[in-house]
Design a protein around this ligand. Structure first.
Ligand SMILES: *[C@@H]1O[C@H](CO)[C@@H](O)[C@H](O)[C@H]1NC(C)=O
Ligand SMILES: *[C@@H]1O[C@H](CO)[C@@H](O)[C@H](O)[C@H]1NC(C)=O
Ligand SMILES: *[C@@H]1O[C@H](CO)[C@@H](O)[C@H](O)[C@H]1NC(C)=O
Ligand SMILES: *[C@@H]1O[C@H](CO)[C@@H](O)[C@H](O)[C@H]1NC(C)=O
Ligand SMILES: *[C@@H]1O[C@H](CO)[C@@H](O)[C@H](O)[C@H]1NC(C)=O
Ligand SMILES: *[C@@H]1O[C@H](CO)[C@@H](O)[C@H](O)[C@H]1NC(C)=O
Length: 233
């Protein structure tokens, strides 16, 4: 199903949305009673995506995807203009979150590249490693700077050196980002959220005119080459 929302001068297509999550209708939810109004919300000091989601009664991930956030948990800045999506029978508070799996396996190195990661607000070594799908120890071993604790919040805007798998390869493509989060893109492109962040350090979802998909560089099909792969720092 395709539907569009006219917001001022801009047109935002939500056709991609239906491919991102299953939309089984719940018997207890009457679609006719849903609030289908698209709203606007300006962030206040102290707001988080969880608090906004409760205030406006919409799923955190639905808000993050409509606003093309790199990561729903990237701290908000005060005064950001967010678009509030229509209510759905299955508000999504979870599928966009980058979470560690109990039995998750992590690599020692990033395939392809890039070799540096530019820290974002709220980053810790633990979270950057998770976003790059590598072990905390492997990132600690190459990350530059005096801070060697995995849970200390890092300064924003510092470069961390990323361990690379050698030989390995990715391809790079410009991509018009109209709906979703980096996790959605990474899952489809065979890369990681951390690589997308490292490739697009200046991306700011609230900086882009509504309806105009910003172009980001997407890293695709990352893989090691051959069987003798070593970690380079
Ligand atoms: C419906 O949602 C919009 C956008 O979030 C909001 O402004 C409006 O107050 C809501 N209406 C009702 C009746 O809850
Ligand atoms: C999850 O989404 C619902 C919207 O139905 C919202 O009311 C609730 O507060 C959200 N929960 C969290 C933890 O954000
Ligand atoms: C994790 O691994 C343990 C031991 O192999 C297994 O018992 C458990 O079911 C796994 N948990 C998940 C969520 O896969
Ligand atoms: C993370 O790396 C492990 C081990 O290399 C791999 O099995 C898994 O598919 C990767 N997950 C993601 C989300 O890239
Ligand atoms: C993103 O852009 C908005 C609007 O231009 C600005 O207010 C905000 O500070 C920027 N955020 C970051 C993290 O640079
Ligand atoms: C594997 O690669 C490393 C680094 O390039 C090299 O030193 C080593 O000799 C190689 N081992 C084999 C078995 O080819």
């Amino acid at each position: 199903m395709r539907f569009s929302i006219i917001l001022g001068y801009s047109l935002i297509s939500l056709s991609a949305a239906s491919h991102l999550h299953a939309r089984n209708s719940l018997s207890s939810c009457d679609e006719a009673t849903l609030n289908t109004t698209v709203g606007a919300y300006t962030t206040q000091e102290g707001d988080t995506m969880a608090s906004i989601s409760s205030t406006v009664n919409r799923g955190m991930c639905d808000i993050a995807r409509l606003n093309r956030m790199a990561d729903a948990l990237l701290p908000l800045t005060t005064g950001e203009a967010l678009i509030i999506p229509p209510e759905t029978c299955q508000p999504d508070n979870s599928t966009c979150l980058i979470t560690a799996h109990p039995n998750g396996t992590y690599s020692d190195c990033v395939k392809g590249g890039p070799h540096t990661y530019y820290t974002l607000k709220g980053d810790t070594i633990r979270y950057v490693a998770l976003k790059l799908n590598i072990t905390i120890d492997s990132l600690l071993a190459t990350a530059q700077g005096p801070d060697k604790d995995a849970d200390t919040v890092l300064d924003e805007g510092d470069f961390l050196k990323i361990p690379l798998c050698s030989p390995s390869h990715c391809s790079f493509h410009p991509y018009t980002f109209t709906y979703g989060t980096y996790k959605d893109i990474a899952e489809k492109s065979g890369s990681t959220v951390g690589q997308l962040m490292a490739m697009n350090p200046t991306y700011n979802h609230s900086d882009v005119a509504r309806g105009e998909g910003p172009v980001i560089a997407v890293v695709r099909d990352c893989h090691t080459v051959g069987s003798n792969v070593t970690v380079i720092s």
